[in-house]
Design a protein around this ligand. Structure first.
Ligand code: PLP
Length: 406
């Protein structure tokens, strides 16, 4: 190594990294089994890694991909993620991140009106957002028990466990929504946090959000379906969410952000932050929330919000919703397929009548549909997170696979 260390001043090799993104990857060479004593250098490393990293990942923007809540990412976020890595700003330290902190405040300010909240912050996923919310509920509202439906995400039970709160799983109705007969005022414990799910992970079902406000604290886990609020035509599906005390939204799902990006929003942020703020010592400003050092994920979200505007999000989400409607109609009309229920937030669940769900899945391209278990039965599941999917092609492929079952 010379006295000028070029590892910190990228030249043309950075452009090579970009070029590799658009190239067909050659055959992969093995990654050494042991840590190399002498480094390969950056350029050779890029060439070594490209076939592995770029060649062996699912392409979420493929026209036949509709299986998971992971969206393809708009290219402007590739650029902002690169800038973020270059700068390595830390939201914990205002001095290293003067603009990143502004970017986060701007993004939060722009999005809170859609949810009726008054502030919040970003964190690395809704698992953390749910934990942050229940932590605030425990400290601020004296919550001792968490109630959530059987369809709630496992992160809610995990958060209750970490926080030493009792967890009560409430049955769901046939349509997958939380059974509100268990939530009448006389049955709700005084110190309860009610968690409502807006877009359950398995079926996309939205719990009745008019139940928000009944308990000492209501948290809405809108990790998946929260972004419907940006679509004027679909926002009413989440009416009532503004009565929540806290809301989790994963930006790395239906806001098309690279991982790890999520929002935790509060109706009374000043009150919540009293519980979530730790200060003193070497910190110039208090550390709010669960994470310490934290990157500038907000820059990517800000870039996408600027590039697309509200309309750009609304149109892409509406396109995804329309794909789910079309798929559900096709499944419902097919004599050999059974639709689990009408899709509420872009998730379509169905199964074949004359063969196992797994067998049908194996006949289809990998990444087209996922499997989920409902009442201990396997079902196929599609999630409309890919706005550039070819839904007509997917329906045609599905029909062929079902019809050629013999
Ligand atoms: C995905 C999901 C979560 C967890 O969010 P991460 O961002 O993956 O941590 C929580 N709740 C629901 C309903 C989800 O779909």
């Amino acid at each position: 190594m010379t006295d000028k260390d070029h590892s910190f001043t990228a030249g043309q090799d950075l452009a090579h990294a970009l070029a590799l993104l658009h190239q067909q990857s050659p055959t992969a060479q093995d990654i050494p089994a042991q840590l190399p004593t002498t480094g390969y250098g950056e350029r050779a490393t890029l060439d070594l890694l490209a076939p592995h990293v770029l060649g062996q990942a699912a392409r979420l923007d493929r026209p036949d991909t509709l299986a998971h809540m992971d969206p393809p990412t708009p290219w402007i976020t590739w650029a902002s993620a690169l800038w973020n890595a270059r700068l390595n700003q830390n939201l914990l330290h205002p001095a290293t991140a003067p603009f990143a902190r502004t970017a986060e405040a701007t993004v939060i300010d722009w999005l809170i009106p859609y949810f009726g909240m008054d502030g919040g912050h970003l964190c690395a996923g809704s698992t953390l957002a749910n934990l942050t919310a229940l932590w605030a509920a425990r400290e601020v509202a004296g919550v001792k028990v968490v109630l959530a439906s059987q369809a709630a995400h496992l992160s809610v039970a995990k958060a209750a466990h970490i926080l030493g709160l009792n967890y009560v799983s409430i049955p769901t109705q046939r349509n997958g929504q939380i059974d509100d007969s268990h939530l009448s005022p006389d049955r709700l414990p005084a110190n309860a946090c009610l968690v409502l799910t807006a877009g359950s992970t398995a079926t996309g079902v939205i719990d009745p959000l008019r139940l928000a406000g009944r308990a000492a604290w209501t948290h809405v886990d809108a990790a998946w379906a929260g972004p419907l609020r940006l679509s004027p035509s679909h926002a009413p599906r989440l009416d009532g969410i503004e009565q929540a005390d806290s809301i989790a939204v994963s930006a790395h799902k239906w806001l098309f952000q690279p991982k790890e990006s999520a929002l935790i929003l509060f109706r009374d942020t000043a009150r919540a932050n009293t519980a979530l703020s730790f200060g003193g010592g070497y910190l110039a400003t208090p550390n709010i929330g669960l994470q310490g050092s934290r990157g500038a994920a907000a820059v990517s979200l800000l870039a996408t919000l600027l590039a697309w505007g509200q309309d750009g999000f609304a149109q892409r989400i509406a396109r995804c919703m329309a794909m789910a409607e079309r798929l559900a109609e096709a499944v419902d009309a097919h004599p050999a397929l059974q639709l689990w229920g009408q899709p509420q937030s872009g998730v379509v669940v169905f199964r074949p009548l004359h063969m196992a769900a797994q067998a049908l899945q194996q006949r289809l391209p990998e990444g087209m549909f996922s499997l989920c278990m409902l009442d201990e039965q396997p079902w196929l599941r599609s999630v409309a997170a890919n706005p550039v999917a070819d839904i007509a092609g997917i329906i045609a492929t599905l029909s062929v696979a079902v019809d050629n079952r013999r």
